[in-house]
Design a protein around this ligand. Structure first.
Ligand SMILES: *[C@@H]1O[C@H](CO)[C@@H](O)[C@H](O)[C@H]1NC(C)=O
Ligand SMILES: *[C@@H]1O[C@H](CO)[C@@H](O)[C@H](O)[C@H]1NC(C)=O
Ligand SMILES: *[C@@H]1O[C@H](CO)[C@@H](O)[C@H](O)[C@H]1NC(C)=O
Ligand SMILES: CC(=O)N[C@H]1CO[C@H](CO)[C@@H](O)[C@@H]1O
Length: 347
């Protein structure tokens, strides 16, 4: 890490202006840590696998990092986590990881202004569901006590207090999620710390697993995955495949008047099934979306942190470009592009 950061500094690629998450800005950058997606395709090259969490908090690239993830809610016992090779020790007599080193890294990251959020769900073989409001409420109590501001005998990250929860729900019964969010918000409303609730739907609209949660629950950030699907960002000009407007409308209709949408992108050519674009095309496409939908544009999300180390020039230039071109405060109108009329600043 040290030498690669030296190279970055020397070439000036990390020309990024702000490091801290600001919900009123359009230039926040989110990533996901804990699954080592690069390593999955490079099993024989552990030297380049995903680094420690704190390694991704040493510079200004990321504002929010999703700790992925809770794979089994285990409502009758303790929730089960997976962090690939990063942490494999369990509390005695349980199936729940104890990761005090990650807890220390969480605090290091938070001290640098980053938000570290717990991601629930994920793709693959995992099993999780919240089928009733009662289950949602109960699980919210567990999450609050084990990971957020409450207290519990088993805290996987020790006394580190995470900054919120990310719903990456790709399967299972989902009728209990609105109650889950509502119950968490009763805790959040009594706390001085500002917590985040986010979700990571696929770009196909509406999302089969998250749709009713996104329309019925308070959401701060929506990280829409514009990859792995026909609606990936390469199809921005194909109205049959690319439906950003519906996402924008859904975001504006959220009970949170400041709900934001993030453009989810692959951080490397092999990071997701499709949607990886060269920087020039990507920047032109992002500029269109930011120009047309400024008031809901929160920033970008990159899948995942393991690609940062292995595609660093791309990720760093993209981050620098987003910081420089996407602004803070809805009243800052972007420069118009092509022949589009200049949009009046929205207030
Ligand atoms: C549910 O939690 C209990 C207590 O931690 C544990 O013994 C059990 O293995 C967990 N179930 C699963 C499926 O991991
Ligand atoms: C589990 O129990 C063993 C034996 O008592 C002890 O050495 C170890 O530290 C315990 N591990 C945890 C994570 O509590
Ligand atoms: C953005 O607005 C311009 C001008 O109205 C339009 O030509 C373009 O298709 C829009 N792009 C998207 C992705 O909405
Ligand atoms: C938006 C997004 O990529 N969310 C991710 C959060 O973490 C889980 C687990 O690794 C991923 O599956 C999600 O895709």
């Amino acid at each position: 890490m040290v030498s690669s950061h030296f190279i970055l500094a020397a070439t000036g690629l990390a020309a990024v202006a702000s490091a801290a998450y600001n919900p009123t800005c359009s230039n926040n950058i989110v990533t996901y840590w804990g699954q080592n997606s690069w390593g999955g395709g490079h099993l024989d090259d552990p030297a380049n696998w995903e680094k420690d969490l704190a390694s991704y908090c040493q510079d200004d690239t990321f504002d929010i990092i999703n700790l992925s993830f809770v794979t089994n809610y285990n409502l009758t016992g303790l929730p089960v986590l997976n962090h690939a090779f990063h942490c494999e020790t369990k509390f005695n007599g349980t199936n729940t990881l104890t990761c005090p080193d990650i807890g220390a890294d969480i605090k290091t990251c938070q001290a640098k202004g980053k938000k570290i959020v717990l991601s629930l769900g994920g793709g693959g073989i995992y099993s999780y569901s919240l089928s009733t409001a009662a289950e949602g409420k109960q699980f919210a109590d567990t999450v609050w006590n084990m990971f957020l501001g409450g207290s519990h005998q088993y805290r996987p990250y020790d006394d580190a207090v995470l900054d919120g929860v990310d719903l990456d729900i790709e399967s299972g019964a989902h009728d209990g999620y609105v109650a889950f969010v509502n119950q968490l918000r009763t805790y959040f409303n009594g706390a001085s710390k500002k917590y985040i609730i986010s979700a990571a739907p696929q770009c196909v609209f509406p999302d089969a697993n998250l749709g009713t949660t996104l329309s019925g629950a308070w959401i701060d950030n929506d990280y829409v995955q514009f990859y792995n699907n026909p609606c990936n960002l390469a199809n921005i000009n194909n109205q049959w495949n690319f439906d950003y407007k519906s996402w924008d409308t859904l975001t504006k209709a959220n009970s949170n008047p400041n709900s934001k949408m993030y453009v989810g992108l692959p951080a490397g050519s092999g990071a997701a099934g499709n949607g990886y674009l060269d920087l020039n095309t990507l920047q032109a496409n992002l500029k269109q979306l930011y120009t047309n939908y400024t008031s809901t544009f929160g920033g970008i999300m990159l899948w995942d942190a393991s690609w940062y180390s292995n595609n660093q020039a791309y990720v760093s230039s993209l981050a620098g470009w987003v910081r420089a071109n996407m602004k803070c405060g809805a009243a800052v109108a972007p420069a118009p592009i092509s022949s589009a009329p200049a949009a009046a600043p929205t207030v």
